[in-house]
Ligand binder design. Structure first.
Ligand SMILES: [Ca+2]
Ligand SMILES: [Ca+2]
Length: 303
């Protein structure tokens, strides 16, 4: 086949021949491939757009909602800062209250810490009371049993196949204050103004959750917290008497305790005594020789 014939077969013969081009010119296969690739590219683009556009639309809608909420929050705070009138505050509450509540819920930390507030039936303002109760422990005259004080709930108790009577050997008693002199614990939260000493009253307690705190510590011989820590409460260090057979932990009892109403009877089950320093075994410089009653503070970590 001549070169001119090849050109004629590919549809460009006349013009190329007219230009004096006689070299074989094979472009048909490449052109088809190009068209296929172009069509495939367009189809692929359409499919990608079909998948991505809804996602982009949803994302943009979400961002727009967030921006709207933030704008409402800024407007609300600006309005409150400017001390608006009663009517303005009412309108603001109606328009932005739901948004503020939702934003506040979003900002509430999802972590926190738990501690026992010995001596008080409710936690402080910054903490949530998980439950309230009374302090329990083993008997002061028993050698065995548990060695710690527990905060026992007084509501919604749940049992599992209980049997009345004592068939076993470990017991739980209520704990009461054993404070020989007035002047240590504040009476401001006691049940009656006539009480100045909690001696023989049952000891209350609460278990407290503090959001956004990653740790807690009880520091003896302190009433304030280190920098970066928040004070939960302070009071006196208490434990079992030195010559009783039962050993117990040291716990920090609130310096202004609640007392359980009508619990002044001297039942002497679990007991709590103030703890005094002993110079010599402790360094006598910071710890006085006169047997000071040890204070204590409970702190949570905020930074
Ligand atoms: Ca007693
Ligand atoms: Ca003393």
């Amino acid at each position: 086949m001549s070169s001119e014939k090849l050109v004629m077969d590919q549809g460009f013969g006349p013009s190329l021949a007219g230009l004096g081009l006689t070299r074989p010119y094979k472009r048909q296969g490449g052109r088809r491939t190009g068209l296929v690739l172009l069509a495939g590219g367009c189809l692929g683009g359409v499919l990608v757009c079909a998948v991505l556009m809804p996602l982009v639309y949803v994302t943009m809608s979400h961002l727009q909602l967030e921006v709207t909420e933030l704008r409402n929050l800024v407007i609300t705070r600006s309005a409150l800062t400017a001390s608006p009138g009663t009517e303005d505050r009412r309108n603001d509450t109606a328009a932005g209250g739901a948004h503020r509540e939702r934003r506040q819920a979003d900002l509430t930390p999802s972590f926190g810490d738990v501690y026992v507030r010995w001596g008080r039936e409710q936690c402080g303002e910054n903490a949530k009371t998980i439950y309230s109760g009374v302090v329990g422990s083993g008997h002061f005259a028993h050698h065995g049993g548990g060695s710690e004080y527990l905060c026992l709930p007084t509501e919604d108790l749940e049992w599992n196949n209980p049997v009345a009577g004592h068939q076993h050997g470990s017991y739980m008693y209520g704990a009461e204050f054993e404070v020989n002199t007035d002047g240590f614990f504040s009476a401001e939260n006691m049940v009656s103004g006539s009480i100045t000493n909690p001696w023989n009253y049952d000891v209350l307690c609460s278990v407290c959750y503090v959001a956004g705190r990653s740790a807690h510590v009880m520091i003896p011989a302190r009433e304030s917290c280190p920098e970066g820590w928040s004070k939960e409460y302070s009071g006196y260090l208490m434990s079992e008497r030195h010559n009783h057979p039962s050993n117990k932990d040291f716990i920090c009892v609130d310096g202004a305790p609640n007392l359980r109403t009508g619990s002044s009877a001297n039942n002497d089950g679990g007991l709590l005594y103030p703890v005094e320093t002993q110079c010599g075994s402790l360094p006598c410089g910071p710890y006085d020789t006169s047997g000071y009653e040890l204070t204590c503070v409970v702190c949570t970590f905020i930074k």
